[in-house]
Design a protein around this ligand. Sequence first.
Ligand code: KG4
Ligand code: ZN
Length: 332
Amino acid sequence: MLTLAIETSCDDTCAAVLSRGSDIRSNIISSQVDIHRVYGGVVPELASRQHLENIDWVVKEALSAADVELADIDHVCVTCGPGLVGSLLVGISYAKSLSFACRLPLVGVNHVEGHLMSPLLTADRPDFPFVGLVVSGGHTSIYLVRGWHDYVLLGRTIDDAAGEAFDKVAKMLDLGYPGGPVIERLAMQGNAEAIKFPRAYMGSDSLDFSFSGLKTSVRTFLEKNEKLLPGIIPDVAASFQAAVADVITRKALRAAQINGINAIALAGGVSCNQAIRDHLFRAASAQGMKVHVAQPVLCTDNAVMIGQVGYRLHRQGRSDDLGLNAFSRLRL
Ligand code: KG4
Ligand code: ZN
């Protein structure tokens, strides 16, 4: 069974081919960061236009890298939300055209479900049940994953997503977009204990997140210490990153304890961050818990994670028609 998956929910045009839902035959990602970087963030209209230019060659490249033809594909999956509607519509329209022209079954997939289950794409995959964290630019949520399509939302951000905080702090420091990788790089040269930025735990049992106070605190600190710039930037980056790592780690461990679970799966763009991974790995292993994270290329946006979920939905008999629409918000 060969799956063709398409993902265009934000600023990466992605297509992948999977065999039996987990064997990755190809994974093509065309990043638009060079286009959006000058604006300090994703410009939705430019993203849609770029997807339109990219989608055809990205899908063809995914087929050719997998050494298959369109005629070999058994079904098509596409992200239908949440995300930028104009961007989603490009992938959805393309997938619908393929579905119609080649008589292929079509399945719409939730982007957050794709991220949440991406740690299952590794050899060291977690068994059910596990605590799953999606920590990306658009989402920061924590779930109890009881099985495929059986999720309980345990907590989520009440304001900014963790990746959004990285991007906004990077913007304050004039470091460009996206913020995560550049903050991680600078943090390696800084002292994570130099500045005590606040950690919003919101009560010992709360599994919700809040990053806007941390962001404001970084801004206030920079205003007060303008004269020390740019020398102090590595310390700011390291101290900010440590605050995010502390919060993510505390919430993940608490969720596991409350639910009597010893497996934690971390997903989404922020989970590429090695300092955050290490912090969580250390704290979890001290408590006899295991952490599972996919390789970085499967943590940020990609179509493999969409294909993995879409394959399962297809096998369960889910099928969408040509009325499939795009949703800026879509609950799991
Ligand atoms: O999962 P993703 O590619 O897209 C969304 O669904 O949002 O995540 C992108 C986010 C951006 O905010 C980016 O700054 C962050 O992930 N990110 C990182 C790192 N790499 C990407 N954050 C921290 N450290 C990184 N190394
Ligand atoms: Zn994403």
